[in-house]
Design a protein around this ligand. Structure first.
Ligand code: DON
Length: 304
């Protein structure tokens, strides 16, 4: 477990990078976030959380929610049912790309690009009575915080700008890889993305990835093998087209979101979440990546 002073030092090291990235501006609700926010929280497998900077301030988790949806799908479907609908390979394309979906006949490369996450949301829609409600329950219980909320303004604004995600979903439907009404699934998907959580919440919620599937509150959420599989997919596809660079610099399974959050884990040791809204060219938090790199260097830890 790192010392608090180390986290503060990491924040000081990366603060000069603020101003060098670009905030996601495809919806106003995200564009209006203060660019200078910077936070980090670490939860160790003994359940202790420490944090520095703006680590208690909730932000829009966006694509980090794709980890929760895949985990929920693993709890309700067999491996075959999931992996016949979505692949396990890095995409080599931007996260919201359409071309690959057409070329590969409606089978998304992995569950962490938008196409793959939409298929997972479609699966959850089919088998869960009220998927939005269930997602909120699961996430709240994972970090032991009942105040976690959806940001309905962000979800509504995403829905008003949903042309690309709708196009991806309809294209998959044309290939027979999407079962529910597209609008209904988009609404669920945008709500998952709109979850507001702090670095402290997220580092706790992701602890199961570091602890063989056992959550912060002691529940065995997924098996040890499923946890290893989740981490393998996060290491290869969690940072989109920046997964190689992230593996090289940070060396941890991780997942980013356009809200500027990144979660990462060192299996058997700790889960960490960083937040800084400005993004690099791949859509990953610029200062956040640098903070994780500085942390892994200071700890001398990597999965490689
Ligand atoms: O669907 C979208 O495009 C957004 N709601 C989420 C994208 C996202 O966070 C991708 N991350 N880097």
């Amino acid at each position: 477990m790192p010392e608090l002073a180390l986290l503060e030092q990491v924040m000081d090291t990366v603060r000069p990078l603020l101003g060098q990235g670009k905030i996601a501006d495809y919806i106003p609700a995200l564009a209006n976030v203060n660019a200078n926010k910077l936070g980090i929280a670490v939860t160790s497998i003994d359940g202790t959380t420490i944090g520095a900077g703006d680590y208690l301030e909730p932000f829009s988790i966006q694509s980090i929610s794709k980890v929760f949806s895949l985990t929920m799908a693993l709890c309700h479907y067999t491996e075959d049912e999931i992996w016949s609908r979505v692949g396990k390979e890095p995409s080599g394309q931007s996260f919201n790309s359409l071309v690959q979906v057409e070329l590969e006949r409606g089978l998304p490369r992995n569950p962490f690009i938008n196409a793959g996450a939409l298929v997972i949301a479609d699966l959850l829609q089919s088998r869960l009575g009220a998927p939005k409600h269930r997602m909120l329950e699961v996430v709240r219980s994972l970090c032991d915080n009942t105040s976690i909320r959806y940001d309905n303004k962000v979800a509504a604004s995403e829905y008003q700008n949903s042309a690309r995600n709708a196009a991806i979903a309809y294209l998959m439907k044309s290939f027979g890889n999407f079962n529910n009404d597209v609008d209904t699934v988009l609404q669920s998907y945008f709500h998952y993305c709109s979850l507001r959580m702090s670095c402290a919440d997220l580092s706790r919620a992701m602890l199961y990835l570091a602890n063989g599937g056992k959550s912060f509150t002691g529940e065995q959420l997924v098996t040890r093998v499923q946890t290893r599989q989740l981490n393998a997919l996060l290491a290869t596809s969690g940072l989109y087209d920046g997964a190689g660079e992230f593996a090289y610099r940070v060396g941890m399974p991780g997942k980013s979101g356009v809200g500027g959050g990144i979660i990462a884990v060192i299996p058997g040791d700790l889960s960490v979440c960083v937040w800084s809204p400005e993004l690099d060219k791949n859509g990953n938090s610029l200062a956040g990546t640098a903070a994780l790199e500085a942390l892994s260097q200071a700890l001398g830890r990597s999965i490689f």
